[in-house]
Write a protein that binds this ligand. Sequence first.
Ligand SMILES: NC(=O)c1ccc[n+]([C@@H]2O[C@H](COP(=O)([O-])OP(=O)(O)OC[C@H]3O[C@@H](n4cnc5c(N)ncnc54)[C@H](OP(=O)(O)O)[C@@H]3O)[C@@H](O)[C@H]2O)c1
Length: 327
Amino acid sequence: MAKHIELSAIGGPEVLRYCEFTPADLAPDEVQVANKAIGINYIDTYIRSGLYPPACLPCGLGTEAAGIVTKVGSNVTTIKVGDRVVYAQSALGAYSEIHNVSESKLALLPDEISFEQAAASFLKGLTVYYLFNLTHKLQAGETILFHAAAGGVGLIACQWAKALGAKLIGTVGSDEKATLAQAAGAWQTINYRRENIVERVLAMTDGEKVSVVYDSVGKETWLDSLDCLKRQGLMVSFGNASGPVIGVNLGILNQKGSLFLTRPSLNGYITTREELAEASKTLFGLISSGKINVDVPENQKFPLSEAVKAHQTLENRATQGSSLLIP
Ligand SMILES: NC(=O)c1ccc[n+]([C@@H]2O[C@H](COP(=O)([O-])OP(=O)(O)OC[C@H]3O[C@@H](n4cnc5c(N)ncnc54)[C@H](OP(=O)(O)O)[C@@H]3O)[C@@H](O)[C@H]2O)c1
């Protein structure tokens, strides 16, 4: 027996239940991981709330953690008992003391990266990797707009953009978050709770606007994001923190300047073992060299039993950077 978080109904944070479960037998291609730190991601709240409904209930929650391998299936060839590993794309159930994960979704963790750093950065860092390398190849000197720049994905994006020499304008929900995003490498910030996003972007860019907008806020920022783009600019809509963008009339892309639009996901970009190996190598290199810092504030490390509180804190916009569950 082990402890995990069970999702037995769709709803608010209060539906998350901390309880005992019997881990399933390992499939031949699976590895059992004793989790040491578990990543909390905004997508976990979409699954819990029913925006992205799980295939069946009850089920586990979470897809990201770092830990030590305790068992390997009969067909596993690249991982052994005792290895330090991290994963971001497992089947639901990472909010748990132990989790069975397909060998193809695991990366070996370099010694210099702690379990906490890994669980705080793997899903979010792989996301920034594909957003800045594959969805669009971000260039030195290029100016972009990145929403929720002091969030988990956001703080990694600020640091990554700076490392590439790009000018990231970050939106944030408080002045404290503005300071954080700037310290992480944002070129400029906009407090979108009190400032007009479009007016500020026009002023910062001398009327030029930006070539790419990375928008994970969704419903509340959709129109402003389009208005911040240059002619033929790229709108990357990659999340729904304020609700999903629905009912779009494609003609709006013509009206706003022959824009391009994409709605990408991590699993659509990092799918094969080779793609995961390449992306993790780049991410681990940036963390190991100190270009990307992913240390988590102590008050955002929640015991696994306090997943309810962790989700409430995240959805209340009270976190900065990444948050963790500790088994
Ligand atoms: N498509 C993909 O591949 C992919 C992968 C990873 C993550 N994502 C998306 O990226 C986003 C960031 O994920 P994360 O895990 O790092 O979360 P996060 O950014 O740490 O938290 C979400 C942030 O969104 C901002 N926000 C703006 N409006 C909000 C609202 N109405 N309600 C709640 N939050 C609001 C808040 O920051 P402020 O207070 O500064 O506004 C909040 O802290 C999420 O939308 C997630 O779904 C997408």
